[in-house]
Write a protein that binds this ligand. Structure first.
Ligand code: GLN
Length: 245
């Protein structure tokens, strides 16, 4: 078995160590003897996305998100939409999550029209939503508890019928109001969770890997790893956060 990972816009979208997610995906495959390759696609690169199995989009500041508009319109937006409809697996964080929706209007009034691959939109507020937070993934997204860090001005509202990735246990999530966190659409996992999220949440990481492997090979299982320390780190962070609630 092998997974081909594509890191879209590593030059523009990478906040709070988001790149660590790539390392985590790679290692958890290598440790199990599964083949893995990582390709970076910066702004302006016109390679097709057809060959890849798992995509990663990190977070960005409003400024960087604006820089992407032209590139998305020049074809990258369309190729991301087709990969999503084709059932490819995506992990999209914060700014990278926002660009999958219809639009993001910043707190100071800049309107950014995005790719509309998923039915939601984001509006910035003057007060940022910042801090460690936790949520529980919905059953169809593995059901695990996820802990990490959020820092966003954007409030995301999912259209009726669009499923969140999970429910907030502590912190703000999509908008600080309706208890929803992130989005799950086909095999897209959108979240506000930095951290980086995957090293802190090994169970969530394995769920993404399994989703991508099953999409590619039909049936797949992942051997358990000797990852007692990673799990302990996850639990310690969870307990610390929930204990201080
Ligand atoms: N610029 C976006 C916001 O403030 C996303 C921030 C991020 O990726 N951390 O909402």
């Amino acid at each position: 078995m092998e997974l081909k990972i594509c890191h879209i816009y590593p030059d523009a979208l990478n906040l709070y160590g988001d790149r660590g997610n790539i390392l985590c995906l790679r290692r958890r495959l290598e440790w199990r003897g599964v083949g893995v390759s990582v390709t970076e696609l910066p702004i302006g690169e016109r390679d097709s996305l057809g060959d890849f199995d798992l995509f990663f989009l990190g977070g960005g500041q409003d400024f960087e998100q604006q820089l992407l508009l032209e590139d998305l319109r020049a074809g990258r937006g369309e190729s991301i939409r087709s990969a999503i409809e084709d059932g490819k697996t995506f992990l999209a964080i914060c700014g990278g999550y926002q660009i999958l929706g219809r639009s993001y209007k910043t707190w100071d009034g800049k309107q950014m029209d995005y790719i509309g691959a998923i039915a939601f939109e984001t509006v910035g507020g003057r007060e940022r939503m910042v801090g460690n937070f936790a949520f529980q993934c919905a059953e169809e997204s593995g059901g695990s508890e996820v802990v990490g860090f959020e820092n966003h001005s954007g409030r995301t509202l999912l259209d009726a019928g669009v499923e969140p990735l999970g429910r907030v246990l502590c912190g703000h999530g999509n908008n600080g109001a309706d208890g929803a966190e992130g989005v799950r659409y086909r095999n897209v996992f959108g979240t506000y969770c930095h951290g980086p999220v995957l090293p802190k949440n090994p169970e969530f990481c394995d769920f993404l890997l399994l989703t991508a492997l099953r999409r590619k090979y039909g049936a797949a299982e992942l051997e358990p790893l000797e990852d007692r320390e990673e799990r302990l780190a996850h639990q310690t962070e969870m307990n610390r956060l929930m204990g201080s609630k």
